[in-house]
Design a protein around this ligand. Sequence first.
Ligand code: ZN
Ligand code: ZN
Ligand code: FE
Length: 760
Amino acid sequence: MAGDVERRAYAVLGIVQGVGFRPFVHALATRLDLRGFVANRGGRVEIEVEGSPEALARFEQALSASAPPLARLESITARVVPVRGDVRFEVAPSRRDGAAAPVFPPDAATCGPCLAELFDPHGRRYRYPFITCTACGPRLTVVTGSPYDRERTTMAAFAMCAACRAEYEDPADRRFHAETIACAACGPSLRFTGPGGLSVRGDPIVETARALGAGGIVAVKGLGGFHLACAADDPAAVRELRRRKHRDDKPFAVMVGSIERARELCEVSPAEAALLEGPAAPIVLLRIRSTEGIDAAGIAPHAARLGLFLPYTPVHHLLLAARDGRPMVLTSGNLSDEPIATGNTEALTRLGGVADAFLLHDRAIHVRCDDSVVRQARGEPILVRRSRGYAPSMIALPFACDEPILAVGGQLKNTFAMGHRGHAILSHYIGDLDDLLALDAFERDLRLYEELFDAAPRIVAHDLHPDYASTRLALARPGVRTVGVQHHHAHLAACLAEHGVEGPAIGIIWDGAGWGPDGTVWGGEFLVGDRRGVRRAGHFRGVRLPGGDAAVREPWRMALAYLLDAGQDAGRALARIPAARRAAVERLLGTGFNSPVTSSVGRLFDAVAALCAAVDGVTFEGQAAMRLEALAEGGPPAPDPYPFSIQRGSGAGMFEVDTRPLVAAVEADCRAGAPAGVIAGRFHAGLARIARAAAVELRDQTGISRVACSGGVFLNGILTGAVQTALVNEGFQVYCHHMVSPGDGGLCLGQLAVAATAEA
Ligand code: ZN
Ligand code: ZN
Ligand code: FE
């Protein structure tokens, strides 16, 4: 009966393009006998359906309840429109318009149905290493422009065969409009080569597995760049990889064949399993349980945790299957800290001295994208590195942000952000901008994001540090208004923005270093305010950084600085350091030459690590802190916190956390021969006490009971857990980072939030 027919129009916002949403809607509408259409329009999916009211109700319910796994629905608006008498349901042509911000999905791990096909000997994609569908495969790493169509991906080089074309055009197929669709007849292929790039005959997967089994190091081209692989149970290979890569101490990640194998090696909570098995497939830092069958001492020296991940591309699945599931080290394909290689020729050149062989493919990587790294603390994730599988993704902002804003981030572990139409789009990990390759990637990827998200920023936010490459890029941009944002203010604003909270809040902002307006290096800060403005309410006691950057590379220098500051006998505590070197550093401390004052908690970690674990030199950022964390994690429970005192009125009403009692107690423990695990535990507990005391002080002053914890020190899960527990027990409402890195990778979001205020 015609009277029983209604027509409704829906606009769906969120990540709904490139994720198989239209075939899902098509299948749903067809099943419910509804007529109408679905179409990509601008950044939205528009649907119009007509049929019985019951069918429409079921359609509406299923639309959000059973959407495809990669889809992220932000809003669905429905309205009743006049019936048009359509006779079928169809997928209408796409159109671009400016009504909504386009959303682009991140790369996703091989999905269940594709995995089943990969190992199905009767399927036409049996063992095809580039199997993907609308629910999985490369996205950001292959896109070259907007809108997202095959022609604007690196798959444009491959013409679809008739069989793939038929699937691509069939709305009922799960590969309907899968832009990365391919098969052995038409798509990319693998090849195995020696160090010179000459192809070796035979099955590339079998050859790679054989090379790994024989102790070789193979450069494997992946989704967002190259990995260097070796057998995880081969200490000689692991040692050789470290030597050739010039990577002395930094832990390697290990890819394991299954969640069961992960559970044998490490403790895996349900939340950690969900991270491992989710479409982002990050490296998850897990508590080590048993190191049987892997060379843990070589892979992660001194660590309490191991970075594990599961296969996330068909190539990984095939490789692990060919190795009978034996785990492999899979570390970034670079030398020490430079960006990972992405191109075949580039890899053959740059990794020629590291890899014995190469597993190459001919699908170009357009955007370099590192593996993401996650850990859990107090049952919540901390994104140590937010990149592949997470970027680009959007965060809804709790404030207006209509004018497009670009936030360029910091210098180290750079990411950038674009604010547009009420959302922040956070980029993948760019890396350290003192590297020219990273700097190039920054500029190129920024242009790509501007195109993908259809934004031409007129406001550009940056750090106040004049020597950050990101600051210089921002200031050199023509025709924009620039907004300088203090480093720790940005950390605080990032934490509040992530949680959709509008201030004011107490900020506990602890990191390695950030430009302070008083000419000192900040890094142990207590702020009060929000994105609109902050007051520095307190800070850690300043000590000199003897020799600047040299003090960061040699933590014993910080130990010396803190010992002298606390009136301790440095000669006794650091007797292992040659007297002449100690004297030279003492002179720097005395004169202040090239030795700025810092309140950095990161440097306090360095000093304590040098004192209790003789961490005198480090080869990567955060190494000393990681060591202390691992020691504390392996130490006895409920440690007795170290003492400290809070000195009030150190000028401008600020308080100062006096670290001298703490340093003296550390020294006394060391002298008494206390185990390093005990000292590390007492130190973490002491910091949690400091956080609590300072927060209570500021709550009494201001009445504010909301606390935001940010800065790279909060990458430390033990500390984050201890601080959170201490504050929650004291009745505070505590915000820590879960979706954005607490380190400088999260700065861009805070800069964006501050600049959005400056706009108004
Ligand atoms: Zn798939
Ligand atoms: Zn094909
Ligand atoms: Fe920082």
